[in-house]
Design a binder for this molecule. Structure first.
Ligand SMILES: [Zn+2]
Length: 311
């Protein structure tokens, strides 16, 4: 028997080494991101019906989002405000979430230095003629953010460098002007505009329209170059570079007020969706949003975060 002992030792050492390599090889890798779970969040939001500002459904959507965030270990803060719209005064509520430190304690929501913002809008456009549920427009990006929140729980240090923001009132009540649309992001950005440079969030990625089956991400032509480069690199690493391009013009979306406030912000948007026929119609329904598309975006964003954390 004695002569078998070294063999057993060799096997034991080999197994331990393999286990060690397998676990250490996973270090720094986030995920997996589940498109199915993200899609289930979209289904829950869509199931509430049209979620325009001030509606009962958007209040329930807020409860759902904050509930999911807290379950994933995040702390939330609601930003209530009022603004004038073409249809009169309206109440809006932005949702902010940050990951607490291990000691717990209160989060200082007024400090943003070094933070990366990941944003979505969770309202849907009020369209009188149809029951518009915004599965792709408002739903898809919110579902992706909720699944990201769950995944990031496993990387608390990284999560603490992020603020998740769900804007209310992205949609114009009538049509986009300086004072109609982007209500939530304009209000949110106003605070940071006055903050000293070192106290502002470092950058922002705004997700919008990320669930269509023919997904192609085309950020606006005037996007901050560094963020665009980071996004393309992450897409390359995730094997998804072919669905990323550039839109030929600027785009009106929640990244605009952030950029104006001195926070470099990139709109991660399928701009082509706007002209493909389903945008702001009843065809923007749950069955047009695919888990596969949500997963592609989720995986690219995770690559992006992972890379930023290591650089
Ligand atoms: Zn819209």
């Amino acid at each position: 028997m004695v002569r078998f002992v070294p063999l057993i030792l060799v096997i034991t050492v080999a197994v331990l080494a393999a286990v060690f390599l397998a676990t250490s090889g996973n270090k720094g890798k986030l995920g997996p991101f589940s498109g199915e779970r993200a899609h289930a969040h979209v289904a829950s939001l869509v199931g509430l019906g049209p979620r325009h500002p001030g509606s009962e459904a958007i209040a329930r959507a807020r409860d759902y989002i904050t509930g999911q965030l807290r379950e994933a270990g995040w702390q939330t803060s609601l930003q209530h405000f009022k603004d004038e719209t073409p249809r009169g005064g309206q109440e809006f509520v932005n949702i902010r979430a940050r990951f607490p430190s291990p000691e717990g304690g209160n989060i200082d929501w007024k400090r943003g230095g070094g933070l990366l913002l990941l944003c979505s809008h969770y309202d849907t456009k009020l369209i009188d003629s149809i029951k518009f549920v915004g599965a792709n427009d408002g739903g898809s990006s919110s579902g992706v953010l909720l699944e990201l929140a769950a995944v990031l729980r496993t990387a608390p240090e990284l999560a603490r460098g992020i603020e998740l923001v769900f804007f209310d009132g992205e949609e114009a009540v009538v049509e986009f002007t300086e004072v109609d649309g982007l209500y939530g992001s304009r209000h949110y950005a106003k605070f940071w505009r006055a903050a000293p440079a070192g106290e502002k969030p470092e950058a922002a990625f705004v997700l919008d329209l990320v669930g269509d089956s023919r997904l192609r991400i085309t950020p606006p032509s005037d996007s901050p170059r560094e963020l665009l480069r980071d996004l393309y690199r992450a897409a390359e690493a995730a094997g998804e570079r072919h669905i990323f391009g550039l839109h030929p013009t600027p785009i009106t979306d929640d990244h605009v007020p952030l950029n104006a406030a001195g926070i470099p912000a990139l709109d991660v948007i399928d701009a082509g969706y706007i002209s493909r026929g389903s945008w702001h119609t009843a065809a923007d329904s749950l069955d047009s949003v695919t888990p596969g598309s949500l997963e592609r975006i989720g995986r690219v964003i995770l690559r992006l975060l992972d890379r930023r954390a290591r650089d």
